[in-house]
Design a protein. Structure first.
Ligand SMILES: Nc1ncnc2c1ncn2[C@@H]1O[C@H](COP(=O)(O)OP(=O)(O)OP(=O)(O)O)[C@@H](O)[C@H]1O
Ligand SMILES: Nc1ncnc2c1ncn2[C@@H]1O[C@H](COP(=O)(O)OP(=O)(O)OP(=O)(O)O)[C@@H](O)[C@H]1O
Ligand SMILES: [Mg+2]
Ligand SMILES: [Mg+2]
Lengths: 252, 350, 249, 252, 350
């Protein structure tokens, strides 16, 4: 109990500190003065896009890592967590090497389709997905692994195909853990900064997400604006997390 | 449609080697002690545990053959299973649970609902349709699971103790329902049960599995009349001795010889009904040679009768009327004379 | 003989030909600029937009080093404005930019808590016991400049931390963790009342220059060149001066 | 399957890109030239310290959030995820406001004990814990919530106290999810950069963790060294994750 | 030590209102249909579901009283529970599972191990000590759970269908063991069961719960001899009719009146044993007035006897010898004459 309070203090006190320093009188003008709303909209778009990517690509990977045996599985399982460890700037550089116009895959894609990720909202999504997908994968994998499989067996004997089983039995059973993983992944994507600025650039309206704008505000000495903007970012994510998660998880 | 299985597998301590051919003529009951491998055998048929060797074929189609690298998934085998625990889907209502197999097979929503509702009614639970599994009692959950498997009408139906959690009065009714359903069911039907009454009600053929092996297999009346193991004898409530016969005299223990009606030679089983035992306060007179003075080890009154476990030169269970108990003032720990007529002893070769 | 990373030979303040009265700039223009230029460049944008209705100007602000990497990786930049010559030289060496020109200079300044409670009057006070100082890490230009100046005066400072950039050094002072740090005058100006500046004598000031160049791969060379010109002596230059930067000369 | 491959490509290709650019010939000299090993040791120390803090303080909080009803629970649940969203620099500033010498709690602590977190390894740990603890809390909470409580009930009727139950029944039951959460949390702490630099500073041996060193190498143009160092960081965490997790989780 | 419980609670559809006082003299058996609330009642005693109202006290100590804001946690009530499902701890071996309660109570490692080993032996499973629950069969798991609860010797012992998953032969043995354990156990003992044989073997007092209410409560012999609901009659295998008596004549249906031995007035129950029914090919002659021509609705051979469900002006179950079945050539759907002697009919007021 005391320890839990310690955790709350550790997390909530800094947030209160932030609140204290926000200059409330100039809050609205600080925000409306510049691209704050554009950046916020873009942030939502990019973070939700990254979450979608993580779900579409990461979930099957988590499933395979949890349920199939193949050589190199342990290694792959470790590899997918590495983007979390990589300093974001290095992550951005790595992304450039892979998906930049001159990158391993980027070059091929550019030559074939003329598409490029860099300086493009899709690039910001890719960067956010790169850093946030591991959170979903690791959480989903753990839940796929540890869930009780007797329900799946029963479904199979009732004639349910693997896909039907996955949708109607497995997913509902791991929903709480998946929701947590998705929340983690989404929040990480929303706060993503280093990889985005390095890989996707910092263009208002297409790659300048809120954290990038906050960074620029701090760089140019507008700390008050930066804090105001952080506050808005926090409120938005708080709203989403509080509003959605409880409904999603069900209330025990 | 018929099922032919040679199942060989090891799982932990269990070494399972069961051969069984079942046609669609009549349901088959499997009985056996806890841990004998009955559930594992059903799971192997269903494709839930892989065979090490052997082969399973359903209606001529090989569904599993390790040597031939064949192994169909459970959902491709077209069979239904009632598990020993309900295994309902927690996030679905009772009705949705029952409708699950139909929906998985592509039956329309409305039809699946209607058929599921009808089945819930048949297992006596129309009122729980909208409840979640965790709101059901243990017995209700198992009945829903039963409905869930039966509604899909698969070619092969495997039931693992379907009535164990059902209360006595509902059990009689459900047993009756299940008996009718199984009777007219056009497929292979295998029921694991611990209850001889259930086995008798549901099946004509009885297969006994002990320690991973089939120890008896035959018509129910045949198997129950001629138990070949202590376990089977206990189950059907017969006394069973193993002994060596020379003519009508069978040596069944260090100090005990019994006389039977039919002459035999060599190793034999001798069995008799508990109610064939007559108890006396003093040594009975006359020619009866099957007479022992025994100690009452246990006395169980059941309704108007009582079962007694007696020990001494031989061990046996006797069933007498409640009246006899008080007349003979029988009690745990006391001694009593027991006799069995030679014509009540059934002897058959091992 | 200071070893500070001063202007390189490739930098010239005389390159560029058009005067500030050139025809309006049109088309789209991507300017990659060091993050420390954010305030000045953004405020110039309004003026430029008014004077050049046909101009679609986009900035990409980030660390100079990041921008270099991006341009090397084929990013669609038209102009590159760097906060130091070292990063600009990488692009010059790679042949990715035209000859750079200096468009701004900066000076070092000591930043202390508002009202200067520790009474710091000059660089020598940074070595006083009881004064907590942070500097920027080696490799960070401001830190290298500061160390060179301190070394030339034989002042030995034991910094509590080697900050990774000027802003985090400044934050240590504004939050009261450190009593003083050495940053650029423009940073002190931008921080407003959060810190007080203590001047470093002009005689000790290193040469701190900001080079700008047209990226060779530009598709709008005229506009790019016009922006470079404006930075040297036009509307952008005015905004820079308002933010506390010194003119190129 | 194809989607899973997509996820692998998205994550592994950038890592391959990094590998390609590392200058292998100078790798060792790059690393030994400067404080690489000091920074690596410090990184391990700080990230493990942060994990310990997260476990000691975060686990009880996760338990309370999952199992107790109290007013404001939904809000608190949202609040504890916010450090993930905060741009790291803002996180650092917030920490300064709370635990800096003039901060809300920092001032009190400093006045009472003379202790301060800033410029101190403990500060780096605090910063890392601040950003990484939410990962543990969210994962642990989800697993506490969704676990089957029938075992706990059985333990209670066997006379087990809540603490004994938690240790002998609950923890083992959620071990896989906890392991995943701890891995996420640890990896995030290992990669932590922005909050540390802003809050704790950057002094070799006491607060200069590997990501800070990498960032400085990049800023000062030593990209090769930065990549070499990133590679080492990746290998260390890969070693820990692959080596420990499989053992910890058990192999299904 | 005694238990006094007034349990009032609502849970979903269940409205539970059960008052029960149990002393340590003898074990009590609770029976009742699926979903009646038996498990919920035990859970309420154990503190696993809160009361809405009422009070539970153990040995004079109030452990729960919503009005007085008292509510002890399960572990503070000093009771042991065997649940309907095994609920073993998956990460512990069978032995560690059994030792759990002892370890939780601070018994030393070695002693806990030794006592757990002894109990595993007693439930017939010494060989599974090192196995994990998922390696056990259903019946083995339930037996381990039984050992786990018994080893702690709590002041109050609550058993929810402890033998349902145990096979017949092992059940006889385990029932015997449990009977002995419960007999000498110095505390409150409550057993929920679906099996009347089990109830008879384990308890002297029988409590019937139907739809959340106690419908009968008394000595086992008393309750089984005088069932007061269809469910109880079904359970103990008696025929039960409800009717209106005037003297020895009881009207039990639109067209049916029976004659009993003892004169009564008003609403009465009439019950009789299935084997008190005599079947005849033609209408029996003589003075018997309890004679009907009925249709055979179901015929269940069980060993040397057969049970028949007969319908017509009255509905009843008859038990006859296998010989009688063939003699009378009885079959499903045929008709037969049934008679019951007035002295075999037991009538008692509602
Ligand atoms: N997953 C497993 N791992 C190891 N051993 C197992 C596993 N499953 C079953 N066994 C072994 O197989 C034996 C038989 O189990 P099974 O469930 O088939 O018995 P059963 O005949 O159904 O018994 P019951 O009547 O108690 O349900 C068990 O005693 C156990 O030792
Ligand atoms: N958690 C719950 N939520 C809602 N309803 C519940 C819950 N638990 C029990 N019930 C209701 O209480 C009823 C009685 O359940 P209980 O488990 O006590 O029955 P039981 O007498 O033990 O039956 P069985 O013999 O089948 O085990 C159920 O039918 C269900 O409607
Ligand atoms: Mg089984
Ligand atoms: Mg129950």
């Amino acid at each position: 109990m005391a320890f839990a309070a310690g955790a709350v203090v550790m997390i909530v006190l800094p947030l209160i500190g932030l609140l204290q320093r926000v200059s409330w009188s100039t809050l609205l003008s600080d925000l409306s003065a510049h691209d704050a709303f554009v950046a916020l909209r873009l942030s939502l778009e990019v973070s939700l896009g990254a979450l979608a990517i993580a779900l579409v690509f990461g979930l099957p990977l988590a499933w395979i890592l949890a349920r199939h045996r193949f050589p190199g599985r342990a290694l792959l399982r470790g590899l997918v967590t590495l983007p979390m460890v990589l300093p974001p700037v290095v992550g951005g550089i790595a992304l450039l090497y892979a998906f930049g116009r001159r990158g391993l895959a980027g070059q091929v894609i550019y030559d074939l389709t003329g598409w490029r990720f860099v300086f493009n909202t899709s690039g910001a999504m890719l960067a956010a997905a790169f850093v946030s997908m591991p959170f979903l994968i690791v959480t989903a994998e753990a839940s796929f692994r540890s869930m009780d499989r007797r329900g799946e067996e029963a479904a199979a004997t009732l004639g349910a195909s693997p896909a039907y089983r996955f949708r109607r039995v497995t997913l509902p059973a791991v929903a709480p853990a998946l929701a947590a993983g998705a929340a983690l992944s989404w929040a990480r994507a929303l706060g993503e900064f280093g990889a985005t600025i390095t890989f996707a650039g910092n263009l208002p309206g297409s790659t300048q997400t809120t954290p990038l704008l906050i960074y620029l505000d701090i760089e140019s000495g507008h700390e008050a604006t930066a804090l105001a903007l952080s506050l808005v970012l926090l409120l938005v994510s708080l709203g989403v997390l509080v509003g959605l998660r409880d409904r999603w998880l069900g209330n025990p | 449609m018929s099922l032919s299985a040679q199942v060989r597998l090891r799982l932990g301590e269990l070494d399972l080697g069961v051969d069984l051919d079942v046609d669609e003529q009549a349901p088959v009951a499997i009985v056996g002690p806890n841990g004998a491998g009955k559930t594992t055998f059903l799971r192997a048929l269903a494709g839930l545990v892989p065979l090490d060797a052997g082969r399973v074929s359903v209606g001529g189609t090989v569904v599993e053959d390790p040597a031939g690298q064949i192994r169909l998934a459970p959902e491709e085998r077209g069979l239904g299973v009632v598990f020993q625990e309900p295994r309902l889907f927690d996030h679905l209502s009772a009705l949705e649970n029952v409708a699950f197999g139909l929906r998985a097979r592509g039956v329309s929503r409305n039809e699946a609902r209607a058929r599921a509702e009808a089945w819930l009614e048949r297992v006596g639970l129309p009122q729980v349709a909208r409840m979640r599994p965790r709101q059901l009692s243990g017995g209700q959950a198992q009945r829903v699971a039963l409905a869930r498997a039966l509604v899909t009408e698969p070619a092969v139906l495997l039931l693992d103790e379907p009535l164990a959690a059902v209360d006595m009065s509902a059990r009689a009714e459900l047993r009756h329902l299940l008996r009718q359903e199984l009777k007219r069911y056009p497929g292979v039907r295998i029921v694991v049960t611990h209850d001889p009454v259930e086995a008798a009600a549901l099946a004509e053929r009885l297969v006994v599995i002990e320690e991973g092996r089939v120890t008896q297999d035959g018509l129910l009346v045949e198997v129950t009349a001629h138990p070949r193991s202590r376990w089977v004898a206990d189950m059907v409530g017969l006394n069973l001795w193993e002994g060596t016969a020379s003519g009508t005299s069978v040596r069944v223990g260090a100090d005990a010889t019994v006389v039977t009606a039919d002459p035999l030679e060599g190793s034999v089983f001798v069995s008799f009904r508990p109610n064939a035992v007559t108890l006396h306060r003093r040594r009975p007179e006359g020619s009866a040679r099957n007479v022992w003075c025994l100690q009452v080890q246990e006395l169980n009154p059941t309704g108007d009768r009582a079962r007694l476990r007696l020990g001494g030169p031989v061990t046996l269970v006797a069933e007498v009327t409640a009246g006899a108990v008080s007349e003979l003032s029988l009690a745990d720990g006391g001694t009593v004379w027991a006799s069995v007529k030679a014509t009540d002893l059934v002897a058959y070769p091992v | 003989g200071s070893s500070s990373p001063t202007a390189s030979s490739t930098t010239s303040t005389t390159a560029g030909s058009s005067p500030s009265t050139a025809a309006p700039i049109t088309g789209s223009l991507d300017v990659f600029a060091a993050a420390s230029l954010t305030g000045a460049f953004n405020s110039a944008k309004t003026t430029l937009a008014r004077a050049n209705p046909g101009l679609n100007l986009t900035y990409n602000f980030a660390g100079s080093n990041t921008l270099v990497t991006q341009i090397q990786q084929g990013a669609p930049a038209d102009v590159f404005a760097s906060a130091d010559t070292k990063n600009m030289d990488k692009l010059v060496a790679a042949g990715l930019v035209d000859t750079p020109v200096t468009f701004a200079r900066n000076k070092l300044e000591i930043a202390v808590a508002p009202g200067n409670p520790k009474h710091i009057t000059g660089l020598a006070d940074l070595a006083k016991p009881g004064v907590t100082v942070v500097l920027e890490a080696p490799g960070v230009p401001a830190g290298d400049y500061a160390r060179a100046v301190l070394a030339s005066q034989h002042i030995t400072v034991r910094p509590k931390s080697l900050e990774t950039d000027v802003k985090s050094a400044l934050v240590k002072v504004t939050s009261g963790e450190a009593d003083a740090t050495v940053v650029y005058v423009t940073d002190v100006a931008a921080a407003g009342s959060a810190v007080t500046g203590v001047a470093v004598p002009d005689s000790l000031q290193p040469t701190i220059t900001y080079p700008i160049a047209v990226v060779k791969a530009t598709k709008n060379h005229a506009a790019a060149q016009a922006f470079v010109d404006s930075a040297v002596s036009g509307a952008v230059q005015k905004a820079l001066e308002a933010a506390g930067f010194l003119p190129p000369q």
